[in-house]
Design a protein around this ligand. Structure first.
Ligand code: MV4
Length: 505
């Protein structure tokens, strides 16, 4: 049984802070790591100790395996938590951590590798009785075979990179005429992106939802499924909004998908937190897509609805504890929704934005959770992903959660750079989103229309946020004398504008 006292958190930003908090609640010390760009980041101060890794580029810092192992050893850590992204799904990292005599807080290198190879994953799922999308479970040999198989399976089909994930090296083919060149395109893109040009073929499922099942496996061979997350609101394979439960999943379907996910994880002897992604077709049929062998960005919606702390469970599982969570005791309660607040300009093609966060007012109150990794004064650069924070709300049902999300999004003020905030408000106002009539094509179809709605926030917003800032300043320190601490009822027309535009309070 590994004795755990101190954990190296091999990540940055909000997930590093999330893991440090879990360590502290579990009675463990946390050691942070940071790059030149993150000297002032909250995760550095939250940890018991912090180790500087090097320059801002990830190759010099958060992706540098020898530096991370050296940091863990120099600070007397017994374990390494990889978070998500960076090295979290690299089997060689998990193996290097083990070889250094440390515990990797996650699955075995073998499980990571098996699930990272998409055709091997499909073979294993087929063997475990998990439904997979019709198609092949081995790579195609050449363009002629690709065209033959496409005809046999029936159009439309998808060519996918075996080493892939995330949509790279993927080609949709609707007719025989396109098949050979699409196969070649997928091959060369896969080779460029992954150093492996292997491509396989699947039947294309039209307008499905992306529904994923959270699982936990312990070191004693037990696996439980902890409900689903609806993740269809995404743009170019980046999720923007996630929720649990999915409006499309009945209790009976939840049980079937949970059983499939449990079998999927069990088939690779999975230990730790993981996610089984499914496509849920309009027909109600579901198909295994991929397994993510890490804690995911959107894990909090599951935590709020199921009353579990997934990161603490990861730590306990790594310590060899048997799972405390039992299948029979897992019932969803209420509804949770997460919005990713990113440094991107939705009005400019979601162009990644840079700059200093000059002012940050975080929403609060009942049912609101803010998982952030940035505070006022921090600079957002292009070195890392654009996630500033996740705003997660809980309500007793979906309507209550939607109302709370609108309220919380209107409390949020970020000054200094464009963010996705205003876009979330527009999605939230959309009747299709509100009714749950969504699929993976939702933002492709609707994104533009949402942005060209009548408001001209691009002009109004700077004025509104300055007004909100001034109001905050006035409330915080601009008044003297007894009795003056009551918040004054703001009567400025600028604040009225700010309110109308959904900025400030
Ligand atoms: C599919 C599909 C439809 N049919 N496979 C996209 C990324 C990769 N992880 C798998 N993806 C898809 N695979 C079949 N057979 C549609 C997608 C897809 C998608 C899946 C989940 C979430 C968003 C998506 C956006 C576009 C396409």
């Amino acid at each position: 049984m590994p004795e755990l006292k101190r954990v190296l958190v091999a990540n940055r930003g909000e997930i590093a802070l999330r893991i440090i908090r879990a360590c502290h609640e579990e009675g463990l010390e946390a050691v942070a790591v940071y790059s030149d760009a993150d000297r002032l980041s909250p995760h550095v101060r939250a940890a018991n100790r912090a180790v500087h890794l090097g320059a801002a580029p990830a190759s010099e810092s958060y992706l540098n395996i020898p530096k991370l192992i050296a940091a863990a050893q120099a600070t007397g850590c017994q374990a390494v938590h990889p978070g998500y992204g960076f090295l979290s799904e690299r089997a060689p990292f998990a193996a290097a951590v083990r070889a250094a005599g440390l515990t990797f807080i996650g699955p075995s290198p073998e499980a990571i590798k098996a699930m990272g190879d998409k055709t091997e994953a499909r073979r294993r799922m087929q063997h475990a009785g998990v439904p997979i999308v019709p198609g092949l479970t081995t790579p195609l040999k050449d363009a002629a075979e690709a065209a033959r198989e496409a005809e046999r399976i029936g159009f439309p089909v998808l060519f996918k990179a075996a080493a892939g994930g995330g949509g790279k090296g993927m080609r949709l083919v609707r007719s025989k005429a396109e098949a050979e060149s699409a196969f070649a395109g997928a091959q060369s893109e896969a080779l460029k992106a992954f150093g492996d040009g292997s491509v396989y073929i699947e039947k294309y499922i039209e307008q499905p939802r992306h529904v994923e099942i959270q699982i936990l496996g312990d070191a004693h061979g037990r696996v439980v499924a902890i409900g689903e997350r609806e993740c269809s609101i995404q743009r170019r394979h980046q999720k923007l909004i996630e929720e649990s439960p999915s409006v499309a999943v009945s209790p009976a379907l939840r049980r079937r998908m949970g059983d499939a996910a449990t079998a999927a994880a069990g088939s690779v002897g999975y230990v730790g937190a993981g996610t089984i992604e499914f496509l849920l077709a309009a027909s109600g049929e579901f198909y295994f897509l991929e397994m993510n062998t890490r804690i995911q960005v959107e894990h909090p919606v599951t935590e709020l609805v199921y009353g579990v702390d997934l990161v603490r469970e990861q730590l306990r599982i790594a310590m060899g504890h048997p799972m405390r969570i039992h299948r029979g005791a897992l019932e969803p309660r209420g509804h949770a929704i997460e919005c990713r607040i990113t440094a991107e300009d939705p009005f400019n093609g979601f162009l990644p934005a840079t700059g200093v966060v000059k002012y940050l007012r975080v929403p609060g109150g009942p049912g609101v959770r803010w998982d952030g990794g940035v505070e006022a004064g921090n600079e957002i650069t292009l070195h890392y992903d654009p996630l500033i924070a996740k705003l997660i709300v809980w309500g007793e049902n979906r309507d209550a959660a939607l109302a709370r999300l609108g309220r919380a999004l209107r409390e949020l003020v970020i000054v200094g750079l464009p963010t996705s905030q205003a876009f979330h408000l527009r999605v939230l106002a959309d009747p299709d989103f509100r009714s749950g009539a969504i699929d993976i094509g939702y933002l492709d179809r609707k994104g533009e229309a949402l942005l060209s709605a009548p408001l001209s926030e691009a002009l109004v917003k700077p004025v509104a946020v300055v007004a909100a800032m001034l109001a905050d300043e006035r409330r915080a320190g601009g008044q003297t004398g007894a009795g003056s601490r009551e918040p004054s009822a703001p009567s400025s027309p600028w604040l009225d504008t700010a309110r109308r535009e959904g900025i400030g309070s």
